[in-house]
Design a binder for this molecule. Structure first.
Ligand code: B1M
Length: 215
């Protein structure tokens, strides 16, 4: 059986096939799927982030790490599903315009889905227009916006302003997250909530849905 440290190293090295083998071996040995994500896959990506910033890793290598991480996530995804609560709430999720980062956003989507809620994942580089169209089409309870770049954070504000302009703001709760985002920023732009990580995003969605139901 692989160790979490070995799995993290394979993510850092961008060894997708090895990541797949190691995740499978950890699952076969009875390890907790969420622990595999938190102790192995995310730890690896954290190191990638530090090295990328320091200029010790370049975009092609980071992409290989990202693909390796995503392959690992796909394997654990079905294992952390709680199917009994499906239909209790609908979330439209996406990374805002100009931003191509999707690993954290997908992790958030995966855990929310595993928490029994329906997730419509719109992908990356989603314009305010497309978010508004999705709110009209799907009538979600919550619109969840992710941004990983300081330069794309203002796009979250654009979406909220656009919702207001279209008279839709009261119909949907807006939550935001992503490494550069904070609770203060959420308050500044008039979002209904902020979650620092995927686990908290699930808790936040459930809290907002419970508030809505109580009304
Ligand atoms: Co980019 N990148 N990147 N990158 N990249 C960062 C974000 C950066 C911090 C790296 C650095 O300099 N240290 C930096 C941003 C600096 C800043 O603005 N503050 C950066 C930069 C500068 C760039 C480019 C501009 C680089 C360039 O081209 N010169 C470029 C921009 C492209 C674009 O988007 N237009 C770029 C490109 C890329 C890649 C394509 C190579 C790749 C993305 C691949 C992909 O996503 N498919 C990439 C990656 C992988 C990273 C780092 C290394 C890792 C991000 C990641 O996946 N982390 C990142 C450094 C870092 O974060 N340490 C970096 C793992 C993931 C699980 O965590 O995404 O934080 P995270 O998600 C967490 C929380 O943030 C939260 O929950 C998640 C799980 O717990 N969360 C939410 C996220 N969304 C949420 C939504 C919620 C709630 C919680 O509610 C709605």
């Amino acid at each position: 059986m692989a160790t979490y440290a070995e799995l993290a190293q394979s993510v850092i090295n961008g060894q997708k096939d090895l990541v797949i083998d190691q995740v499978n071996s950890l699952i076969a040995a009875g390890n907790n799927p969420l622990e595999i994500v938190n102790e192995g896959l995310i730890q690896g990506m954290n190191v990638v982030g530090v090295r990328f910033k320091a200029g010790d890793m370049y975009v092609p290598e980071v992409l290989m790490s990202a693909k390796s991480m995503s392959s690992g996530l796909e394997i654990v995804k079905p294992l952390i599903a709680e199917t009994d609560q499906k239909g209790k709430g609908k979330i439209v999720l996406g990374t805002v315009k100009g931003d191509l980062h999707d690993i954290g956003k997908n992790l958030v989507g995966m855990l929310i889905e595993s928490g029994g809620l329906e997730v419509i994942n719109m992908g990356v580089d989603v314009s305010a227009d497309d978010f508004i169209d999705a709110v009209i089409e799907h009538k979600p309870d919550i619109l969840a916006l992710s941004a990983l770049l300081t330069t794309t954070m203002p796009a979250m504000k654009d979406v909220i302003e656009y919702l207001e302009d279209e008279g839709l703001r009261d119909q949907v709760k807006v939550i935001i997250g992503g490494a550069p985002v904070s609770k203060e920023y959420a308050d500044t732009i008039g979002a209904d909530g902020y979650a620092p990580d995927a686990g908290s995003a699930v808790a936040l969605c459930k809290e907002l849905l419970a508030e809505k139901e109580a009304k």
